[in-house]
Write a protein that binds this ligand. Structure first.
Ligand SMILES: O=c1ccn([C@@H]2O[C@H](COP(=O)(O)OP(=O)(O)O[C@H]3OC[C@@H](O)[C@H](O)[C@H]3O)[C@@H](O)[C@H]2O)c(=O)[nH]1
Length: 434
């Protein structure tokens, strides 16, 4: 019993102190954590914790009013945006220093490697030709005034040691040392070449003289891009190279048709008089990716109208005909012609002929939007029938077009879909003011 009493005497004060401590502690906790803590919204709690975390001051978080919390959050958001923007700039700098990846380029020894000039090389056909020549391993110089061409068409080569881009109009002379010249520079779509008809004539006459003069001076072989339009509105069908054509010399298309006819005349005059080695390609209607969105020719017009759910506009009754070749076939033909010994004009085109109404229906079916097709006013001097006779190309170049219309159109439609998608995206970019 005595021992129990001694134990109580010793531990009693400690037990009393323990309960007293519990009571005082509970009192202080209830003051610092009022009941309203539990009833606050989750958003508010999160805001407090976030602010507390950023401020590093635990007491401060419980002192902020909802408005102050919002201000604080906005300030932190602005700081975060600022930091992201600084980081983005740094990433861009690092990316610029990283070596660019180019498409595969074949290695050619110094004998096989040619220095090649492509005028109009940033255009639709020109840029596909540049791709082929670059990938084959040649040194390629592009000269373009960017009237219808675009740097984007050749951006895959910018900075490559075999590639050079010159921003110049070939109406002013050009002095470069080259082995071959592909002279493609000229607007080719009717609305483009009619836009400034005098300039179109200058490009095809003065520009061609400049290029033939350059070929003469440096001893280069030159290929002139002529056109099926030299046959005008043909009275012979299909058109062989021996046909002299049916062109209105004072009509709206004459700037291009006659310009190209003079370009051919100049080529054979330089060949005869100055022994310049010339090749002449008469190019028929060609289509494919990288056609300009505002090209205005039938292929891009119909595809864009179909993709945008608009009416397909047929000029005239739609029974005029055309034959459409895919751009890769044309490029093969141009390279084969340059490599050949054949110096007379050669038609390059796909001989499968369609009426424009049939063509509209084909595009509508592939796009699948079931758009209406409407006939509107015919254009002046529009050639009524066109189909190449390609016997020469088959015989002398062993060339025939390979890509069927449907396949080529599927690729071209995919390209235009991508362009429209990018345009939509670039229009929907939201601007955040600082
Ligand atoms: O929206 C359109 C555009 C064109 N067309 C018609 O479609 C046919 C083809 O017209 P395009 O404008 O595509 O081209 P064109 O055949 O008149 O000229 C072309 O010919 C061969 C190339 O060398 C040239 O690049 C280009 O001048 C024409 O009969 C034209 O009237 C339409 O019905 N609707």
């Amino acid at each position: 019993m005595a021992s129990i009493n001694r134990l109580l005497l010793r531990t009693g004060p400690c037990i009393l102190l323990f309960f007293l401590g519990l009571f005082v502690g509970r009192y202080f906790l209830s003051v610092n954590f009022p009941d309203e803590w539990d009833s606050r919204s989750t958003r508010s709690q999160a805001a407090e914790l976030y602010v507390g975390g950023v401020a590093g001051n635990r007491e401060e978080q419980y002192l902020l009013s909802p408005n102050e919390e919002d201000d604080r959050l906005l300030k932190d958001l602005a700081e975060a945006k600022e930091r992201i923007s600084r980081l983005e700039k740094k990433v861009a700098l690092v990316e610029n220093r990283t070596p660019k990846r180019y498409p595969f380029v074949n290695f050619l020894n110094h004998r096989a490697k040619k220095r090649i000039l492509v005028t109009g090389g940033a255009g639709f056909v020109g840029s596909h030709l540049v791709d082929k020549l670059m990938m084959a391993g040649h040194e390629v110089t592009v000269v373009d005034n960017f009237f219808t061409g675009s740097k984007r068409n050749v951006e895959q080569w910018i900075g490559h040691e075999n590639f050079e881009l010159i921003h110049q109009d070939i109406v002013t002379p050009l002095f470069v040392e080259v082995d071959e010249i592909y002279h493609l520079a000229s607007p080719a779509s009717p609305p483009h070449y009619m836009f400034n008809s005098v300039k179109t004539i200058k490009t095809n006459t003065i520009g061609t003289i400049n290029m033939l003069g350059l070929a003469k001076r440096v001893g280069a072989k030159i290929l002139i891009a002529s056109t099926s339009e030299v046959y005008g509105d043909p009275e012979v069908h299909p058109q062989p190279e021996t046909y002299w054509g049916h062109v209105n010399p004072i009509g709206p298309r004459a700037c291009y048709d006659e310009g190209k006819r003079v370009a051919e005349t100049l080529s054979y005059a330089y060949a005869k008089q100055d022994k310049v080695s010339v090749r002449v390609a008469r190019i028929f209607n060609t289509y494919g990716p990288r056609m300009h969105v505002d090209d205005g020719r039938v292929v891009s017009n119909f595809i864009l109208q179909a993709l945008r759910n608009e009416t397909l506009t047929v000029y005239g009754r739609g029974n005029q005909t055309r034959s459409f070749q895919y751009v890769s076939d044309l490029v093969e033909g141009l390279v084969s012609l340059m490599a050949s010994n054949f110096t007379q004009p050669v038609n390059l085109g796909n001989p499968v002929e369609y009426t424009i109404s049939e063509f509209a229906a084909i595009i509508r079916t592939i796009v699948g939007n079931n758009n209406p097709i409407k006939s509107i006013d015919a254009t002046e001097d529009d050639p009524q029938r066109r189909k190449p006779d390609i016997s020469r190309a088959k015989l002398h170049l062993k060339w025939t077009p390979k890509v069927p219309l449907r396949e080529g159109l599927i690729r071209t439609i995919a390209y235009f879909r991508g362009v429209l998608e990018k345009t939509k995206l670039s229009q929907s970019v939201i601007y955040y003011p600082n």
